[in-house]
Design a protein around this ligand. Sequence first.
Ligand code: FMN
Length: 152
Amino acid sequence: MNIGIIVMSKTGHTLSVAQRLKDALTEKGHTVNLERVTAMNDTNKPSGKQLKDAPNAEPYDVLIFGSPVWASSLSSVMKAYMSQLPSLQGKKVGCFVTQSFPYAWMGGNRAVNQMKKICSIKGTTVFAEGVINWSNKKRENQIIKLIEKMSI
Ligand SMILES: Cc1cc2nc3c(=O)[nH]c(=O)nc-3n(C[C@H](O)[C@H](O)[C@H](O)COP(=O)(O)O)c2cc1C
């Protein structure tokens, strides 16, 4: 399958998880592109909404979106990106977030739910989701589980 992993990442956590997902899915024989969403003026600030790089989701059969949690929510940059996407009808979509706090209920679940809501508005449901808690001792396990869940 043609898979697009599309992430926003300011300090590299989300990107590093995305890279591991890419490696795992490539190993399974899929064609995988990892693309970045960025904000104008290289700010990527919480208020950042104007997009500089907004990858085209159209070519992909499967999309995996990744984002950091900002202020207990989906990062404003990823929110702006996902909101401007055309219909995702017929596409298989996965979503994940990374956050610094140790538990998913500290904003991660909320952020993933925001992603799922946008996907639903765009006409698709999410087949797999995950929260990676960067300061949790079990972070590595969380990443392994996420990769398993998203390994199609
Ligand atoms: C502006 C800003 C707000 C953040 N707010 C939260 C938060 O509310 N909860 C949390 O757990 N982490 C928060 N973080 C930490 C990031 O979510 C976390 O470090 C994430 O893994 C960063 O991903 P990245 O390296 O891909 O940018 C915040 C980081 C930034 C820059």
